[in-house]
Design a protein around this ligand. Sequence first.
Ligand SMILES: *Cc1c(COP(=O)(O)O)cnc(C)c1O
Ligand SMILES: [Zn+2]
Length: 446
Amino acid sequence: MNCNAWFKCIACDEIYPLTEIVYTCQSCGGLLQVQHDMKALQERRGEDWKSLFDQRYMRTSFPYGSGVWGKKEMVCPLVDDENVVSMYEGGSNLFWADRLGKDVGVEDLWVKQCGNSHTGSFKDLGMTVLVSMVKQMISEGIAIPAVACASTGDTSAALAAYCAAADIPSIVLLPKNMITTSQLIQPIANGSLTISLRTDFDGCMRLVKEISQRENIYLANSMNSLRIEGQKTVAIELVQQFNWEVPDWIIIPGGNLGNVSALGKGLLEMRDMGMINRLPRIAVGQAEQANPLYQSYRDNFNSFEPIQAGDTMASAIKIGDPVSRDRAIRTLRAFDGVVEQASESELVNACARADRTGLFTCPHTGVALVALFKLFERGEIKPDDRVVVVSTAHGLKFPDFKVRYHEGTLAEQGIEAPYQNKPVEVEAEYEKVRAAILNSIERHSL
Ligand SMILES: *Cc1c(COP(=O)(O)O)cnc(C)c1O
Ligand SMILES: [Zn+2]
């Protein structure tokens, strides 16, 4: 099978080879996206693709056991296997959220745990493709001195890890005091040049764009559409986990809006390859403090105004001027999409409520859960709909807001904490411990 792919401008259809260092269209400035030779992919029947992907899924033959590279033909066929930089990404738990579902009133609720991954977020799915392509280009003699990104934290962690594994220098630009300690220590531990800047994400973004343009450094941000190719496998994988049945709804948090675009691309390509014959509806959750897509949705996408993002605990989606807004709007139009927003109080309480049922959610997952609750209350999501919430990062990467919630210090920000669970401090004496336990059991049984 002769699979092929190239970059194609989403505005004017101009094309570029994948080995060219180009992020936006040279003739019109539009965003590029990876276009596969669909004719070649359609030579194999949908049924045969599914059984091929099933044979490879979660096995150990390199690199096809990876959730991303198991779908190599439709992800990035131009990378030689020996240049693939993989850490066995994908293959993440599709958590049956039985108790939370019953609590909400949605019986068939699932959480796709993309944070159960090498660096703790879905960013691994895209970064494996980008760094593999860089390794391929270097092996073909193209000079790439380093790879750089601006990040709200998770992208830099993924870039640092994959570059470290491939022995490629990496540079990350982070907004000072706006990311968690765990996120900061990841690129440092992996040996990245870690530059902390007194600005926000949008400010870091402007600088990294200029540096990469002027110094020939390869840019790993999400205008680089190679990452979308890896990220779209979340759609393929979750449908695969349902034995190739399409759910009714997929809910995903959105900041720069690359991930929702990736989700849609994966589903549309599966349909075009005959693997599925219906599409789910897609809902995007945004933090109220960083909600330009929500505002655009309220205006039927007739306008889009970038905003100055306010403070939000969902720090990975604190983005006022999303790069992939056009891609995202196209996706939402194709999937009868909706956008919801979450206040700070709503998102932390959604996390706390979900955690009580056995999850350990990051704040962005909380934003997606708020969208679920609101869409259910409005009657858009029906009690017997099959709903998948995409959890984008591991909760352990974002412990601070949970600590503050349970300590009770969020109350200072006017946030009530009905799910608060305070640690109980008692003297190390038998009777005191016994009293604390009996007291707690009594309260639980009420
Ligand atoms: C990057 C990220 C997002 C947002 O994805 P976009 O593609 O920017 O919309 C959401 N949650 C987490 C944890 C992330 O790291
Ligand atoms: Zn163009």
